[in-house]
Write a protein that binds this ligand. Structure first.
Ligand SMILES: C[S@@+](CC[C@H](N)C(=O)[O-])C[C@H]1O[C@@H](n2cnc3c(N)ncnc32)[C@H](O)[C@@H]1O
Length: 240
């Protein structure tokens, strides 16, 4: 049984995830930066650097949400970034942000499901995802479709929460994510479940070598895992 945000509802994970992100979208950026003490921004910047030598011109940002990873990817000087997400609420917040920053001509945010992308094979120079893959209903299907739309030789860069394993960070992070984060998240986002779903979904999600095994299974080669901040997050890279 996969971890879902609203355990009392019978809806499939994808519908529940879209509903949850629609609910929290107005407060998502604020909560992200406050709850991570701004570290999430440095994680995305580090991940983007993994593509510096590739100089990708056309980038697909999967599970783009409000578009923060797409904005960081502008450091690569691409011609276009397309962001896709299943939550219209998150996309609408993202589109407002792009317009305000004058980025809407280069970052295009579209409704789309990573488990059934509406793009042709071998289209993108790079495919990136930050804090999205953990929310997929079917991880293998999502990664396989990312592989399909990537050009041969192109790279995927994925950032996702992982599990710190060493004392005392393991204990400190456990306390923070199981007690502090759900309380603050509930008060600010007004969604009772979103910030209990977060630590539960992290616990259930494959990290490190386990995640690399899934990347390899769908076809990626030269796979690498780079843990960040005591292993709270990790960057994964794979080549088609
Ligand atoms: C935690 S947010 C991450 C947003 C953004 N990438 C960031 O770093 O802030 C996760 C996003 O994944 C999206 N998502 C979940 N499953 C998806 C799928 N199958 N296809 C596309 N987006 C998906 C959610 O709607 C949500 O906006």
């Amino acid at each position: 049984m996969s971890v879902v945000p609203y355990k009392d509802k019978g809806d499939p994970k994808k519908a529940q995830v879209a509903e949850m992100f629609d609910n929290i979208s107005p407060k998502y950026d604020l909560l992200n930066h406050v709850l991570s003490l701004g570290i999430d921004i440095t994680w995305r910047k580090k991940a983007v650097k993994m593509l510096a030598q590739d100089k990708p011109k056309l980038i697909l940002d999967i599970a783009t949400g409000t578009g923060d990873f797409a904005i960081e990817a502008l450091a690569l000087n691409p011609e276009k970034i397309i962001g896709v997400d299943i939550s219209e609420g998150m996309l609408s917040e993202g589109r407002k942000k792009m317009k305000k920053k004058g980025l809407d001509h280069i970052i295009d945010l579209q409704l789309g499901d990573s488990e059934g992308l509406l793009f042709e094979d071998n289209k993108f120079d790079a495919v990136i995802v930050s804090f999205g893959v953990r929310n997929f209903e079917n991880l293998e299907k999502g990664l396989a479709d990312m592989y399909r739309v990537l050009k041969p030789g192109g790279k995927t860069v994925i950032v996702e929460f992982s599990k710190p394993r060493k004392f005392p960070m393991k204990q400190a992070y456990g306390f923070y994510s199981n007690y502090v984060l759900p309380q603050v998240g509930k008060v600010v986002s007004k969604d009772k479940s979103a910030y209990t779903y977060l630590p539960e979904s992290v616990q259930a999600f494959p990290d490190g070598e386990d995640f690399l095994a899934v990347l390899k299974k769908v076809g990626f080669t030269s796979t690498v895992c780079k843990p960040l901040t005591f292993g709270i997050s990790s960057i994964y890279v794979g080549v088609k």
